[in-house]
Design a protein around this ligand. Structure first.
Ligand code: CMC
Length: 384
């Protein structure tokens, strides 16, 4: 069957051609459809970036108005899915629940309604997240509010008490908007590759996104944001000595890695981490939140960056290192951090899926180097 390239982890394999996201790991550059992540995070709204990813161009005002209205139209409760959600045990991790609900959208909507389903997904994820949170704290649900923008509606569904005249703090919704933009796409990362791989079998968009959520759940990928806060808490509990944890991360036998450090592609810095670090400082100051874990994070970063092990391997803080500190300041519980990543990454997943289908890419099917037993005769049970 010819020559097979061996490339574990696909470190050097370009699996597709894509016009969505440009990434230069040496220079720390990230652009969506040509626009720098710095400018997008500073100037755009999350739905504006979603539109850009899905259409390849920034929307005009009327295009954006129409897109926002379309998303609002689908920002409604699906009673069947809600019933199912309510019987999922609360011991289930929010990411497992989210993946299940997205997979189950399959049975609720016609998979052939591509445009509608894209809007349904964008509208549904914040609703599913809020259901999960309200269930976890035993509080009644707050219905989606179509008069609000995307981030404010999410915050209201999460944090308003039922019937309360809830005012969204603009500092909080602005911070959330920025974080979602910073997560919106990242070319062929593990979850996006999963979405494309599942979609390449012509499984539906719902199945593909459901699988992408499961891939994102892992601690080496999106699950790192939860793992970072847990690690920082552990350092705090242990007295705040970061050097012990740096030493442990260098010791390969410890099985411990510095969570939120290192990246497959970025080898000098992660441009998203730079923006988030500044934002973490700003948001905590603006909200008047004093989180001792921020100081520990800064000390840990300084300790690692002055250590030969991390310097030699070009390991820097990634997007997940400071994001959890902001989520926490916004009142998001730790086990929901990765849900926020999923809401942010959704437009990227969808646009990558769309691009793959439009380009009629073949089914994804890697090869292998077989290293098992050579051919041998079957041995009867009595002779084994
Ligand atoms: N702590 C300690 N050592 C590390 C770390 C770390 N966080 N990351 C990489 N290394 C070492 C690794 O042991 C290896 O050392 P050596 O060359 O001596 O064998 C070297 O650095 C290269 O690492 P690798 O595992 O070959 O790199 P990779 O590209 O396969 O993995 C990574 C990238 C992000 C999975 C990895 O850096 C990691 O596990 N980081 C911690 C988890 C994390 O923060 N993930 C979030 C990634 S960014 C956003 C996202 O995708 O969600």
């Amino acid at each position: 069957s010819g020559y097979v390239t061996y490339d574990p982890g696909y470190k050097n394999t370009g699996a597709t051609k894509s016009a969505i996201t440009f990434l230069d790991g040496e220079e720390g550059i990230l652009r969506h459809c040509g626009y720098s992540i710095e400018e997008l995070a500073d100037k755009a709204s999350f739905l504006e970036v979603a539109y850009l990813l899905l259409n390849g161009e920034l929307p005009t005002q009327s295009q954006l108005d129409a897109f926002e209205a379309d998303v609002k139209k689908y920002t409604v409760t699906n009673d069947v899915l809600l019933k199912i959600e309510q019987v999922i045990p609360s011991s289930t991790h929010p990411m497992s629940e989210l993946s299940a609900l997205v997979g189950l959208m399959e049975g609720q909507y016609n998979p052939a309604e591509t445009k509608e389903n894209i809007l349904r997904l964008i509208a549904a994820l914040p609703i599913f997240a809020a259901w999960n949170y309200k269930k976890s704290i035993g509080e009644a649900l707050v219905a989606p509010d179509q008069s609000l923008d995307y981030c404010s509606n999410f915050l209201k569904m999460m944090f308003a008490k039922p019937g309360e005249d809830y005012k969204v703090d603009p500092i909080v919704s602005k911070a959330l908007n920025k974080l979602l933009i910073l997560h919106a796409d990242h070319e062929q990362n593990c979850s996006t590759s999963t979405v494309r791989l599942i979609g390449s079998s012509h499984a539906s968009l719902f199945s593909s996104i459901s699988g992408g959520i499961q891939a994102l759940f892992g601690p080496l990928h999106g699950g790192a944001n939860q793992a970072v806060i847990e690690m920082l808490e552990e350092i705090k509990q242990a007295g705040g000595d970061t050097s012990k944890f740096v030493a442990m991360a260098k010791d390969k036998t410890s099985g411990f890695r510095l969570m939120g450090f290192g990246h497959r592609v970025y080898k000098n810095f992660d441009p998203r981490a730079r923006i988030i670090k500044v934002a973490a400082d700003d948001v905590l100051t603006a909200l008047g939140v004093q989180d001792p874990v921020l100081t520990i994070a800064q000390e840990l970063e300084a300790a690692a960056l002055s250590d030969e092990y991390f310097v030699a391997r070009k390991l820097y803080p990634n997007v997940d290192f400071y994001s959890g500190i902001i989520y926490r300041a916004l009142g998001i519980p730790t086990d929901m951090f990765t849900i926020l990543f999923a809401i942010g990454r959704l437009p990227g997943w969808i646009s990558q899926h769309q691009e793959m289908m439009t380009n009629k890419e073949p089914i994804g099917r890697p090869r292998q180097i077989y290293v098992g037993s050579p051919a041998r005769a079957f041995v009867d049970m009595a002779n084994r």
